[in-house]
Design a protein around this ligand. Structure first.
Ligand SMILES: Nc1ncnc2c1ncn2[C@@H]1O[C@H](COP(=O)(O)OP(=O)(O)O)[C@@H](O)[C@H]1O
Ligand SMILES: [Mg+2]
Length: 539
């Protein structure tokens, strides 16, 4: 354009051929530009799709790898939103940074250098406003940064509240607390609203300042440029070129600042993702993890334990269980029985003492390999919204149907399953809502014995069963107990009469041990519990 103008305004004859060439070149540059942007857009699109494909999965794996201790701290909804928002924002940031920020920054710098070449005093006057502009942008983002962090935390909290009320929907509706739940959620949403409002009014105020800085810059440069042209330092063509370029730099600087705003706006969500990725699981596998085929010997040596930041719940617990033994843990609620099992599974590490499996330190074992050889029926059976057979086969999804039926029979579940509309293919609903407590427990028992574990734990696994079902399971228990170590935690002492050893716990201490016979003749906690139950005061 500069050359065209200079050519046209030049005294004397006009070089038409040169002008024609210039027009053609400008046209080609335009076409090339469009092709380039098309290519960029395809790359961008691909990049974002792939990010969405891989990143959530990586983060999910990370979450699954973190210990139970981590998961007990945070709500499900929080975790999901942390991942969802983090992935979205990271996509936005990478997209902006790669395709917009750097190209625009380069373009701005080159154009600016070009302007300096045309006329450096003019370039300096023009450039003076840019540092001021950038400084204001930086300051603004620094001010709103903490509010953005706060806002992100509250977004996660909001999802946590929603998730919680959905998980506990039965209780929410039964106690008619829908309004309370909605109100709690609304409070958090209000907080987010106020924060975002605060953030945006700050940004809008600063935008006014930023625009004013650019306007002043424009005014000064225009004045100076006209002055330079009038003095004949630059040609009219240069003046036009200069204006075109300077406007381009201004708009680029403006765009850059907006991109920077967006990046800073994404930062909190991404920081949270980053800290999730950096969370180390607190269950460390020291040394070379050994893949050990479990025989079933369990030793607790002087084991003490406290949950993180809590008081001790186990004190110097010492016992040995030999392979193939059937032992029972009894004691009042809160005595530490379930905690013992969590330690055996290494969901938590002992705070004192040692746990040995077949004489090997539990901390030296490959955890996944080890846990696959254990079976557990927990106090609350986790049921997946899937078919009954899939729920039973959870630990071994490729099981044969006959095997599923066989374990269902052992668990005394077969009869009620075949009475259901679709038998083994019946969908059980979210968390197994279509099943009664006793039915869930029987599915849990079938699930635990299917993979033929070397160590089997029943943690109050028969507490929701009617007496008849319990009796039937007690009978199968001897069958189940063959070739493996069994640990049964039970309140109903009738369940564990036949145990080889009964360990009695009270307040985190192992207070008595022996057979049913030995313990009932002693005058200890066990015999007190026993006579209470016999008297029928406690069932
Ligand atoms: N995740 C946890 N965080 C903190 N304290 C816990 C946790 N789980 C259990 N406790 C506490 O540890 C103690 C023992 O609990 P638990 O082993 O479940 O007892 P039991 O199974 O014998 O009824 C209780 O006082 C309980 O409140
Ligand atoms: Mg318990």
């Amino acid at each position: 354009m500069k050359i065209i103008l200079d050519e046209l305004t030049r005294a004397g004859s006009i070089d038409w051929q040169k002008l024609l060439w210039l027009v053609v070149v400008m046209f080609l540059v335009g076409v090339f530009g469009s092709a380039y942007y098309r290519w960029i857009d395809i790359k961008r699109f691909n990049f974002l799709l792939n990010l969405d494909r891989y990143l959530p999965n990586i983060l999910h794996q990370k979450l699954l790898s973190l210990s139970l201790g981590y998961h007990e701290k945070e709500n499900t909804g929080n975790k999901i939103v942390k991942i969802r928002r983090g992935v979205d924002r990271l996509g936005k940031l990478l997209d902006n940074a790669t395709w917009d920020f750097f190209p625009t920054a380069f373009q701005t710098i080159f154009t600016f250098i070009f302007i300096l070449i045309i006329d450096w005093p003019l370039g300096l006057v023009f450039g003076a406003s840019i540092p001021a502009y950038l400084l204001v942008t930086w300051r603004m983002n620094k001010i709103v940064g903490p509010w953005r962090d706060d806002s992100q935390r509250n977004y996660e909290k909001s999802a946590g509240i929603m998730g919680q009320s959905m998980i506990n929907i039965h209780t929410v509706q039964s106690f008619a607390q829908e309004r309370y739940e909605a109100k709690t959620h609304k409070n958090v949403l209000d907080t987010i609203f106020n924060l975002e409002n605060k953030i945006w009014s700050k940004i809008l105020n600063y935008n006014f300042t930023r625009n004013t800085i650019l306007d002043v810059g424009r005014f000064l440069t225009l004045g100076f440029a006209v002055y330079q042209t009038a003095r004949g330092v630059i040609t009219a063509g240069s003046l036009v070129l200069f204006f075109t370029l300077s406007e381009r730099v201004y708009s680029s600087v403006f765009r850059l600042s907006r991109i920077y705003d967006t990046i800073m706006d994404s930062a909190p969500a991404i920081k949270r993702l980053d800290s999730l990725m950096r969370t180390e699981t607190d269950i460390k596998i020291s040394g070379a993890p050994a893949r050990h085929k479990v025989l079933g010997k369990i030793e607790f040596q002087n084991v003490s334990f406290a949950y993180i930041g809590e008081k001790r719940v186990l004190e110097s617990v010492d016992f040995t269980i030999n392979p193939g033994e059937f032992v029972a843990l009894v004691g009042p609620s809160g005595a530490g029985k379930t905690t013992i099992v969590k330690l055996l599974y290494r969901h938590f590490d002992v705070t004192g003492g040692k746990i040995l499996i077949d004489g090997m330190d539990l901390k030296k074992l490959d955890m996944r390999y080890y846990r696959k050889q254990l079976g557990i029926v927990t106090q609350d059976i986790d049921i997946f919204n899937d078919t009954i057979s899939a729920n039973i086969a959870y630990a071994k999804p490729d099981s044969k149907f006959e095997d599923i039926v066989r374990v269902a029979k052992v668990a005394n579940a077969h009869d009620f399953i075949i009475k259901m509309k679709n038998g083994y293919d019946t969908m059980v609903g979210e968390r197994g809502v279509k099943l009664s407590g006793g039915q869930k427990q029987r599915i849990g028992i079938a699930r635990a014995i299917l993979p033929n574990p070397k160590i089997l734990v029943f943690d109050e696994a028969t507490s929701s069963l009617d007496s008849e079902s319990e009796l039937m399971i007690q009978k199968s228990l001897l069958e189940i107990a063959k070739n493996r170590t069994i640990i049964v935690i039970a309140h109903r002492l009738s369940t564990i009469r036949r145990a080889d050893t009964i360990f009695v716990f009270e307040n985190g201490k192992l207070v008595e041990r022996g057979t049913h016979k030995e313990l009932t003749t002693n005058d200890g906690l066990y015999s007190r519990l026993h006579s209470l139950q016999v008297a029928g005061e406690v069932r």
